[in-house]
Design a protein around this ligand. Structure first.
Ligand code: P1T
Length: 384
């Protein structure tokens, strides 16, 4: 796979709507059909139209894989049944005993996958904001650096280009989880990263109605190995899920612009609010990694976290008091969500170097009217 020269000259929004999505040659249908067939006819043994069996390849999946690869400026795109399934495929590249260097803030499920499922791998959690410390502490058996930027849930921003240079000098690969930024705001491969991973469940899908994962990369040999595991381990998405995600991605650019604008309105309320201890948002000048974010991101995203002066109980009260912000896990969809990472998304990191503060609240700011979101938070904060 890989986009054509014509496609790579297109702007982001054009690629989102046209890459991999030519009208159907049989019917002229403008919308990519949902190909439900599990098997595909062969003229002679081994002679077919590019598809044999739907786990190995499916036309709806191809359209979606081509579309998102084009957005990440990647030669290859691979879709999976969930973000964790995509991550699992990357971790399978490593041999027993090899080490993963993991940024010390990340989705709790990613940490659980590395530490509790891939128990044959070694791992070290490091502060990727401190590059001198990273170089000084570099374990010689490191095969893979794994980082989110912005991170979940503290929204720390790491310098992809600098970290990749350090890793490559020492013979390690770099995998960037681009879920929070999306390719609209940040393209890690263009900064040197080897693999981009997504929970497509979030901004790519964008409507809280499909679970999915995605890998984007340009190295042909690495892509061949990952495509082998995608088929051999079989954690592929259903055609309907591919269709839903492809449909969501078409509007990614306009959604992200609104997510960012609404997040700014929410940050304006939270900064200086008497109940709020600290606001975490990459645009704030004192935010950890602000300079890297300003360099490598087009805008600062739709996720906002904050801590409460009143501690854990105040955080739990605020999380229960919002009306428009729905209390729930996940993020990145049109509707706003609020959650308590310590007891929800990051419970599996308790007691680890990735444990999160218990007076922390995470907001996924949706694309509703900004003034309604601000008013909802204002009333919820009266309970803090
Ligand atoms: O849920 P799944 O599609 O398997 O994706 C896992 C995942 C990977 N990477 C990041 C940065 C994530 O945030 C997630 C999932 N996160 C949540 C469900 C959450 O509420 O934080």
């Amino acid at each position: 796979m890989g986009d054509t020269d014509e496609q790579s000259a297109w702007g982001f929004e054009t690629r989102a709507i046209h890459a991999g999505q030519d009208p159907d040659p049989v019917s002229g249908a403008v919308v990519v059909p949902i190909s439900l067939s599990t098997t595909f006819a062969q003229d002679e043994v081994g002679q077919h139209k590019g598809y044999e069996y739907s786990r190995s390849g499916n036309p709806t999946r191809t359209a979606y894989e081509t579309q998102v690869a084009a957005l990440e400026d990647a030669r290859h795109g691979l879709a999976f049944a969930s973000g964790l399934a995509a991550e699992d495929n990357v971790l399978r590249l490593l041999a027993p005993g090899q080490r993963v260097l993991l940024g010390n803030d990340a989705y709790g499920g990613t940490f659980r996958l590395i530490s509790k499922v891939h128990t044959h791998l070694a791992w070290t959690a490091v502060d990727l904001l401190d590059l001198d410390a990273l170089v000084a502490a570099w374990p010689s058996d490191t095969a893979l650096v794994w980082l989110e930027t912005p991170t979940n849930p503290l929204l720390r921003c790491f310098d992809i280009e600098a970290i990749t240079a350090i890793a490559h000098e020492r013979g390690a690969m770099v995998c960037v989880d681009n879920t929070f930024a999306t390719p609209f705001l940040q393209q890690p491969l263009s900064l040197g990263a080897d693999i981009v991973v997504h929970s497509a469940t979030k901004y790519l899908g964008g409507h809280s109605d499909v679970v999915g994962g995605f890998l984007a990369l340009s190295d042909d040999e690495l892509a061949q190995r990952l495509r082998f595991t995608q088929n051999a381990a079989g954690a592929v998405p259903a055609p309907f899920d591919c269709y839903l995600t492809l449909r969501g991605v078409k509007t990614l650019a306009v959604r992200m612009e609104r997510h960012c604008a609404n997040a700014r309105a929410v940050v304006d309320l939270l900064v200086g609010h008497p109940a709020v201890e600290r606001v975490l948002y990459p645009q704030l000048p004192d935010h950890p990694g602000h300079a890297a974010a300003a360099r490598q991101m087009r805008d600062f995203g739709g996720m906002v976290s904050f801590t409460l002066r009143g501690g854990r109980d105040a955080a739990l009260r605020v999380a229960a008091a919002t009306e428009l912000f729905t209390l729930g896990e996940s993020l990145g969809a049109v509707e706003s969500l609020i959650e308590h990472p310590g007891q929800m998304t990051h419970a599996s990191a308790a007691g680890s170097p990735l444990e999160v503060p218990d007076h922390l609240i995470r907001l996924s700011v949706g694309i509703e009217s900004a003034h309604d979101l601000v008013a909802d938070l204002e009333q919820a904060l009266t309970t803090a």
